[in-house]
Design a protein around this ligand. Structure first.
Ligand code: SAH
Length: 378
């Protein structure tokens, strides 16, 4: 099959792909399935069970100090750790808010690329917000990450490691509230997860595989947030992993959405919402519509009515709910958060039309919690 697009069409690859010819992140056991790990061990002349021992340290015991891996023979421990658990990222800065229960970490990857992750502890759950790309190619003008363009896709292990790092600090009691576990993961850090599809699906598999092959999380606790890459939403629908899909809609009409979420010029509001609806219908998972409230831009009462109508076109059996996000203004941008009265009216109109609506809490906004703002200041 030829990969050359027909003449006159713009190949989507141009939008999705990262620059070529770069060094790859170190291979790590979290990049591999259990069978691939065993093969790698054999390739290196090591017994296959060593791979399982290392996976147990990594995913189950959450150990990262080779000295603590006392079930490995002292003479080959260094080689084993180098083969299966190479260093992937270094924390550069950690910022805390909400009395230490919100912790944002800026990481440097092996090639100097910067990404962020955020841990948020609530009374009943712990959510890790992770990055899937260094930078982002989607160019949404209100988003800090969107301004810098795409540097590169992250590997599966680089994505997983953000969650494991959070799990380690919780297990060690470093987060106020006592030892705990990560219950939720949201792909709402830097990057467009569906533009790095393979690595993201690999990460979801590692997060959900039972120990010692993975972290043993529930797929229902994982949210993949997307600008709406329609072919990839359709692919995810067929994947058979019941993650929660969040669609960053931000406008119910193509005129405005073309500006706020430029990929809309390729996939219209109608096509995108239909793909999300298909996802809900097939997976029986309620889709979350993300809508960042921007003063005077997308927060008019008539747009709330239009949003409800657009969502209602696909049945009113509760396939969807709207999550309003107070805009976290990026430095120097013309966009600011909505007036609280306009926000209340927006909620009222959606609810009056039967659309379940929540307003996201603004945890971490004082530590540049939104999308890429910390990396942008480095
Ligand atoms: N690329 C994916 C995931 C990353 S961003 C996506 O677009 O869905 C996660 C959410 O934060 C998206 O809904 C995004 O539009 C929103 N967001 C980005 N910048 C923001 C800002 N400054 N204030 C509020 N929300 C923002």
């Amino acid at each position: 099959m030829s990969t050359t697009p027909p003449e006159g069409t713009t190949p989507l690859r141009l939008v999705f792909d990262e620059p070529r010819g770069r060094a790859k992140p170190p291979r790590h056991l979290a990049d591999l399935t259990a069978a691939e790990r065993a093969d790698l061990a054999k390739e290196r002349g090591l017994p296959a069970f060593r791979a399982k021992q290392l996976a147990t340290h990594y995913f189950t015991r959450l150990v990262d100090d080779p000295e603590a891996m006392t079930d490995l023979p002292a003479e080959s421990r260094a080689e084993l750790v180098e083969t299966f658990l190479p260093d992937l990222m270094t924390p550069l800065r950690t910022l805390e808010a909400d009395k230490g229960t919100t912790r944002k970490t800026l990481w440097r990857l092996f090639d100097g690329a910067l990404v962020e992750s955020v841990l948020m502890r609530y009374p009943d759950r712990v959510t890790m917000c992770v990055s899937s790309q260094a930078g982002c190619g989607m160019a949404c003008p209100f988003c800090a990450t969107g301004q810098g363009g795409l540097q590169r896709n992250m590997s599966t292990a680089e994505i997983v490691e953000q969650v494991v790092a959070g799990a380690r600090s919780l297990a060690r009691g470093e987060v106020p509230g006592g030892p705990g576990r990560v219950s939720n993961v949201v792909f709402m850090g830097m990057g467009e997860p569906l533009a790095n599809y393979r690595a993201v699906i690999g990460a979801v598999r590692r997060l959900t595989e039972p120990g010692p092959d993975g972290l043993g999380m529930s797929a229902r606790g994982i949210t993949v947030s997307t600008v709406g890459l329609v072919p990839r939403i359709r692919q995810l629908t067929q994947e058979g992993i019941p993650v929660t899909l969040a669609l960053s809609l931000h406008a119910p009409d193509d005129d405005l959405r073309n500006e706020l979420v430029p990929i809309n010029t390729k996939f219209s509001v109608a096509e995108t919402v239909e793909a999300a609806w298909d996802y809900a219908r097939t997976t029986k998972r309620r889709v979350s519509i993300e809508y960042a409230m921007m003063r005077g831009i997308n927060d008019q009462a008539w747009r709330a009515d239009l949003l409800a109508d657009v969502l209602h076109e696909y049945g009113d059996w509760g396939w969807v709910h709207v999550n309003l996000i107070p805009l976290n203004p990026t430095p120097g941008s013309k966009w600011t958060a909505s007036d609280p009265a306009d926000e209340r009216e927006f909620v009222r109109r959606l609810e009056a039309k039967g659309i379940p609506t929540t307003v996201r809490d603004t945890r971490g906004s004082d530590i540049d919690g939104a999308c890429g703002q910390l990396a942008a200041t480095e």
